[in-house]
Design a protein around this ligand. Sequence first.
Ligand code: ATP
Ligand code: MG
Length: 391
Amino acid sequence: MRDVLLIRYGEVHLKGQNRSYFMRLLKEDIQHALSDMGATITSGQGRFYASGYPKDREDEAVSRIAKIFGLHSVSRAREVEKAWEAICEAAKELMKQELVSRGGSCTFKVFSRRADKTFPMDSMTIARELGHVLLEEFSNLKVDVNSPEVPLSVEIREHAYVYSGEVLGAGGMPAGSNGRAALLLSGGIDSPVAGYMVMKRGVDLHCIHFHSFPYTSERAKDKVIALAKLLAGYGGSVVMHVVHFTDVQMAIYEKCPDNETTILLRRAMMAIAERIAAKNGCKALVTGEAIGQVASQTMESLVVTDNAVTMPVFRPCIGMDKVEIMDYAKRIGTYETSILPYEDCCTIFTPKHPVTKPKLENIKKSEAKLENYEELLNGAIERTETFVVTP
Ligand code: ATP
Ligand code: MG
């Protein structure tokens, strides 16, 4: 008998011929997540198993596994031989612990699953018989088939596995299984959420941040790197590009109408991001925009912003209210960092009355006032700092 973590995966089973590729990615991700714990990862029919980690780090192992995209859930299980006696012993021991931690009495239900059809009892019989065994052993137990406090589960697979409960995983698709995209990462609440959502679907992220030193401080940049680090916690690493945006920004402020500066900045950011993205094999841009959230995110503004690039722009937060995005940020652990009070390059010199219904022709005319626009964009790209961020 030994302790293992029994790990279930999500949508991967739908992927036909690519299944073995997805399985390999997932196994590597689990191996990587537990690499400092001396754990062994094996794959069986429909499950992965982690074993050999230090018992006192089991909770840590579970929470790391729960962050891996493509996994459905994880359970702390006892692995025993496929023999009725051994299964009963493991179940009794587990129930004894549950009773102690629940003050001596509780309700339960036995769930069972027989993947190995050579096992002589079917799953209904296992559940029924094991229920009897437990009721006989412990007088303070009661069956509750609707909402049991202890869902005692048995799975018959490579071995028999006995456990109660599961920790839900992150869901989604294995990291890196769906190509690469570039996230425009500000220090705000929305863009980390947008980044998380595409990462969750298996997309590798490059993060692009526009920094206007000395108008935005080193601490503002550090905050964005801290956000990238939090995102890296979900995919192993992200590549960060910090663009020196000051010259572009100053030129726009000097030469263009005050009420159009925000939308012009947005277009410049997109144009620069598209070029950095293309150079790095990214197939799409990702932003944290939502319809109507601010002046630069009205339908008209989004259309004018999109027109600055040909690469597809994904906006996973598009239909979300701010409070919904905030809740999401809290759930993924980026909120506390996002609300730290450092300035963003979009918020310095914000015009009092930004256009909310920009017309593309007008904006293009204003942009044309920047005769050296190409040079400015290229200058910003040349001075970009690129580095890898790990959790
Ligand atoms: P966020 O909370 O993500 O900062 P926001 O509500 O503050 O969003 P804006 O400032 O209009 O909205 O930015 C819209 C989107 O543009 C952001 O979600 C982000 O993708 C991108 N963006 C804004 N500022 C920057 C920046 N300095 N560097 C990189 N991307 C940025
Ligand atoms: Mg912002």
